[in-house]
Design a protein around this ligand. Structure first.
Ligand SMILES: C[S@@+](CC[C@H](N)C(=O)[O-])C[C@H]1O[C@@H](n2cnc3c(N)ncnc32)[C@H](O)[C@@H]1O
Length: 365
């Protein structure tokens, strides 16, 4: 009998530490996959933790739902693309949060699955979409793009120096409908080259990134994530190739800076204020032991940053709060808003929050 492939979560301990998971905390796992990281987040945030899990792949949602059954009262699983993060959080009233995790790329379930077209280890239609709701498949790109467009895509998104040669061969060989046909065509174009990786690896990466708009979606999502974090909330991103890591690094470093005017600008014109503090100055990578145990972790890079709130944002949040928290007959109205305040200012319990509001102390955070 064939066993179901399982996904081993990458940098698990490091992720929980970087997220600073705390009991009663509220977290978003934007890349739920097999639910490995999510299970650990729920375990460490218990009692009282809550998790919003998102995945564009409905199969991942099913697998994670089964794995997280013990936490069914604390989870909300949504089959959507994380590029819609703010809309999703608004719909389910799930913000501010203590932490957001993005563990990018694909899970072993997708790579080992036989029919998704992500891998050249199995023959399958060239699809590569995370969700059937997306319009463009890898087959459409391979068969409809001009030779020039293909060469550019393979070179830029696959970081493949033989992009032109591969594109030329693909165009001669078209139509190409399956993964093995494409892999063989690439091998004929550039040979085995004696390297450790298969000659089709980089082209497959380029296609997957293009089909799923991975880089654009990541950029757009990072911006939204910052707005959803409460004070001292953590953003943790694990990436698996340099194009993704470059985006994450640039974003976090930029958000951690004050002025972002171009070098040489005589006086600041950007008015930029930092919204993040870097948790680790250096990127976190897996140990040799982890790579040996789980070879898929070898290219992983983890970056983490913490939300900081500037004076203006603090004043606005406090003002909103006080307008919501009117006293009525000696009781505080609207416990939901009080809870939001607790999250915004990372106050551990509702009663402590109430105390601090009564004493006006929240204003001084
Ligand atoms: C590396 S796996 C995550 C594995 C997970 N952390 C675990 O421990 O099981 C990445 C997952 O993110 C999902 N994914 C990738 N890009 C996405 C996007 N833009 N929106 C939603 N899900 C996405 C993939 O479908 C895949 O299931």
């Amino acid at each position: 009998m064939k066993s179901t492939p399982t996904h081993i979560p990458v940098l698990l301990e490091e992720t929980i530490k970087a997220l600073a998971v705390q009991p009663g905390g509220r977290y978003i796992d934007g890349t739920l996959g097999g639910g490995g990281h999510a299970a650990a987040i729920l375990e460490h945030s218990s009692p009282g933790g809550q998790l919003l899990g998102i995945d564009a792949d409905v199969e991942a949602i099913k697998a994670a739902r089964a794995r997280l059954e013990a936490y069914s009262g604390s989870i909300l699983l949504v089959n959507e693309n994380f590029v819609d993060l703010q809309t999703i959080c608004l719909k389910y009233d799930f913000s501010p949060v203590h932490g957001i995790l993005l563990d990018l790329g694909l899970s072993s379930l997708q790579l080992n699955g036989n029919n998704r077209g992500f891998s050249f280890q199995h023959d399958a239609p060239l699809d590569m979409r995370l969700s059937p709701r997306q319009e463009v498949t890898a087959a459409q790109i391979i068969n409809d793009y001009s030779e020039r467009e293909l060469a550019r895509l393979i070179r830029t998104l696959g970081e493949e120096s033989y992009g032109r040669r591969i594109a030329h061969r693909i165009v001669q060989e078209r139509p190409i409908k399956t993964t093995l046909h494409l892999a063989k065509t690439i091998e004929r174009a550039i040979g085995r080259r004696g390297g450790r990786i298969h000659p089709a690896t980089k082209t497959f990466q380029a296609l997957r990134i293009a089909v799923n708009h991975e880089l654009e979606n990541l950029e757009a999502t990072l911006k939204q994530a910052v707005k959803l974090l409460g004070f001292e909330g953590r953003l943790v991103v694990i990436s698996y190739h340099s194009l993704e890591d470059r985006i994450v690094k640039k974003f976090m470093h930029q958000e951690a800076k004050g002025c972002i005017c171009p070098p040489g600008t005589p006086t600041c014109i950007c008015d930029h204020t930092p919204s993040l503090r870097l948790v680790n100055k250096k990127v976190i990578t897996p140990s040799a032991a982890e790579v040996q145990l789980n070879p898929r972790s070898h290219s992983a890079k983890l970056r983490a940053a913490e939300r900081i709130i500037n004076q203006e944002e603090h004043a606005e949040a406090t003002e909103n709060l006080f307008s919501l928290l009117e006293r009525q007959d000696g009781n505080w109205k609207k416990p939901v808003q009080l809870n939001k305040l607790r999250m915004t200012f990372a106050i551990p319990s509702l009663s402590q929050c109430l105390e601090r509001v009564k004493e006006g102390e929240v204003l001084r955070i």
